[in-house]
Design a protein around this ligand. Sequence first.
Ligand SMILES: [Zn+2]
Length: 495
Amino acid sequence: MSNEPKGKKRPFPFADKVRKFIADFEDLQYDGAKIVCTICDSDLMCWDKYDCIKHVNSQHHRDKKQGVPSKFQLMVDLLLMLVACNVPLSILDKQPFREFWKKYAPELHLPSTRSINTYLPEVRKDVIDKIKCGVKNKQLWLCVDETTDIKKISVVNIIIRILDSLHPASPLLLASRRLTKCTARTITRVVLDTLEQFEISASQVLLFVTDGAASMRLVGRSLQEHGCRFLHITCKIHALHLVAETVRNCFPGVDTLITSTNKVFLKSPKRLRAFHDKCPDIPEPPQSILTHWGTWLKAAFYYAVYFQQIKTVILQFKPDEAAAIKESQTQFQDISVENDLQTIHNNYKGLHDAIEKLQNSALSLAESLQIVDDIGSTLHAIKDVKNDCVVEKWESVLKKNSDFIKLREIWGGASTDTLSECREYFNYACVTSVDVEHSFSQYNHIFSSKRTCLLEETVETYLMLQNIRKWCPVSLGDNTDNTSDNNKATSSRTS
Ligand SMILES: [Zn+2]
């Protein structure tokens, strides 16, 4: 069946006719089933001498032979460049941009926004085909997470990596979907549909990484019911972040000091000036964004180091000027808060460093496990009453994730699990969901307040393009035959 030529069927005697004239074309080859252009690397889907002449005389073929990028290639590269730089395609309609282009690159036809948009569906198809081809029969790592976008809509992103035993592979975005109802059930549906769309079988996925949310545990379980045999790992940075949150809860005085001092300097250039006058050589107090991994700890370390200097600045402000000033002054004058800051600095530096190190999603599994082990030993070694609940938290997040223990056993060669035979595929298995978090920041950059009219499929395509560049940076649009230029009159579905 696979020997059947694609496209038009032809009567058998045609073969002899083709053999007679094909020798006249140095760029064309006939294998008894199809005529292939060796320059364009494409099946001509024709068996007629006239069609062959037409092809070798076409602009596309001649350009390709002379190494000149085709119009299609130019469009694809322009599209990729704009998307990668996150420049709205509408820039192509802006007069100053067109004038600059006309002055310095008059030989290159600059398309309009509308016309470049018509290339998007084809480029998208090209990306999807490339991913399909690249992941075929490969063992995979899968990561899924959910967030809320600027329009308060739930968005689910799905990322995969090929589990290569020799190198860390680049992450690939398969889907970014908006869900009107975001539940374990709807997320599972999106994952299953996506795997099907990319022709990935359930058995190819060896590792599934999510955050520790209850809904994601349900997703993992229902995917396993649908035939997935993967280990479900909860993100280890999320786990460490939960531990850092426990540290924060154990030291309420320090927490108040950080938040109130934050407010003292927030949007107050006058107070910031006073700060710089008094302490010209130290950095400004950090703005602790609690949702960011490890930022609270970093802020606490800052106040531990510069406690006396900041205290002098804070105490010179009038307490009745703002509630935050009064609050901050109270904390700075409390000796127990000062001691607590020292305790945090001495005990939890390792926790912060571990969070930082795990942000590197290209770590080997051996390195990641070492970081996790080290932080476990560090936490256990701390002699402080307040640390007991921190250790307890750490133990409980680890215990909840039984598949992580299993992964460790498989990796250590001490497991009889059916996945043990796949041990080498785990060499570069990432134990965090930083890839998907990164894709959410890319999403927010694209789907910003000025571009909220972008359709789901358009944003998804942009994200796919931004991610695939790291994977196969040069080959997009390369293999498309000359019919592509003519098919551009199709609708601009995605705009
Ligand atoms: Zn050709």
